[in-house]
Design a protein around this ligand. Structure first.
Ligand code: SF4
Ligand code: SF4
Length: 429
């Protein structure tokens, strides 16, 4: 973590942050980071220094940038799901910030507001919104929710008491023709709403530019992931996870540059045969619910037990970048929205029924990344992913693929138990 940061307290006070609570939040991060990222990794790529800097100053430099951008007329849009296209936000003079929560620190703020059996991600995200501890939330002009799962659907009603929120109604059965038509209509509603707030109009040029920009960001992430197919991989799973988590809130142009530099270094490492583990270390695919910052628990347990995470079939992994625009050519906004809809409906989230394409993705990734074992990761009380875990585990096992299913939350209480189960699983590979 970085020394000698500027004094951000005046900025946090101006934003209405609860300084005492916020101090407690930021006091935890350096120790966790050191334990997970510094103490247990020896041959990290040099380009990770940038990402370490960004996470080390998580509520500092980026907040200052956003504040300045807002003063210059940009709108700050908080999102919680991959189905809210950054391309549309950016085309309308906005900055999209992923606001999913990855810690139970913020739960204090939603006590009595949410049922106990709601998933930790929703609890955390709402906690940050209500708890006066998140400067990103303070800067947002609007939040965009979606109806991907029941928990989120209802959570937005509670969120609306605290913040202006617009809810995008995402389809549930995407293999029907009307699903795409419905999603496009919803995107038009989103455009209308953001045009109203930003005072800008969407046009062919600004939308094509933002599509090119975000496509380029995804390309750089894809390059990083491709290097992990090698044996030994040149980067750890936890470092890749950190890169992906930061990509949700950092400036896209800077991300293209810095993820690109990382990819370049990793490609060189592959050529020289430099890896972060011994050759033939056990290769793990994690598949399931997203892991928002600073949720590094599972990666850390796996990678401190001699194995290596080579891919994540999650929204903070391959689902973030795999589906891509076939073209950016179009003569009208309708043409471009159709291209955008095809790309986004190519994301195989468990909120869809049926969702066989996700199973096919997992099988393909197992082959492409030469995976020894799959760990299904489900956040507690997440029904869509729990259902799919049960269905997919059976099928994968029948095909001879080793599988372990884990349901957990953001607490550290089950770490020892998870460690024992993962050690036992690794021995079977
Ligand atoms: S898992 Fe599904 S609902 Fe959650 S962020 Fe990903 S796409 Fe959205
Ligand atoms: S992890 Fe599951 S329950 Fe939680 S928000 Fe995502 S889809 Fe909904």
């Amino acid at each position: 973590m970085i020394e000698g940061k500027p004094d951000w307290y005046p900025m946090w006070k101006e934003l209405g942050i609860d300084i005492e609570k916020h101090d407690q939040l930021l006091a935890v991060l350096p120790d966790v980071y050191k334990k997970v990222y510094i103490d247990s990794q020896k041959t990290r790529p040099k380009a990770m220094n940038f990402f370490e800097y960004i996470v080390g100053d998580i509520h500092g430099i980026r907040i200052k940038e956003l504040k300045e951008a807002k003063e210059e007329g940009k709108i700050i849009v908080g999102t919680f799901c991959l189905f809210v296209p950054d391309e549309i936000i950016i085309a309308l003079n906005g900055i999209g910030i992923g606001l999913c929560g990855g810690t139970n620190f913020s739960n204090f703020a939603v006590e009595g507001l949410l049922p106990t059996n709601v998933c930790p991600l929703i609890k955390s995200a709402l906690g940050f919104a209500f708890g006066d501890i998140c400067p990103y939330h303070k800067l947002t002009d609007i939040l965009i929710g979606e109806t991907t799962c029941d928990g989120k659907k209802k959570a937005w009603e509670i969120m609306a008491k605290n913040k202006s929120i617009y809810v995008l109604e995402t389809p549930q059965c995407k293999n029907r023709k009307q699903a795409k038509e419905h999603y496009i209509q919803e995107l038009k509603g989103l455009i209308y709403k953001l045009e109203d707030i930003s005072g800008k109009k969407i046009d062919l040029n600004n939308l094509k530019d933002s599509m090119r920009l975000i496509k380029n960001k995804r390309n750089q992430l894809r390059r990083v992931y491709n290097t992990r197919k090698n044996n030994p991989p040149p980067i750890s799973g936890k470092d890749t996870l950190l890169v992906s988590q930061i990509a949700f809130y950092d400036d896209p142009n800077r991300q293209i540059d810095m993820i690109g530099k990382l990819a370049e270094e990793l490609e060189q490492r592959v050529q020289k045969g430099i890896g972060v583990v011994e050759k033939d270390a056990k290769r793990i695919l994690i598949s399931g619910t997203p892991m928002a910052i600073p949720n590094w628990k599972l990666h850390n347990i796996i990678e401190t037990n001699g194995a290596i995470v080579v891919a994540e079939e999650t929204c903070t992994g391959t689902r973030y970048f795999e589906s891509e625009f076939e073209t950016i050519e179009g003569d009208s906004i309708d043409d471009l929205l159709e291209i955008i809809a095809d790309r986004y409906l190519g994301i195989n989230c468990a909120c869809f029924s049926p969702n066989n394409n996700r199973l096919e993705d997992i099988k393909r990734i197992v082959k492409e990344y030469n995976v020894d074992g799959v760990i299904f990761y489900t956040l507690a009380f997440c029904q869509p992913y729990e259902f799919e875990t049960i269905m997919f585990e059976k099928i994968l096992k029948e095909e001879g693929i080793r599988v372990l299913s884990i349901t957990t939350d953001y607490s550290s209480e089950d770490e020892e138990q998870l460690k024992t189960r993962i050690e036992a699983f690794l021995e079977t590979l």
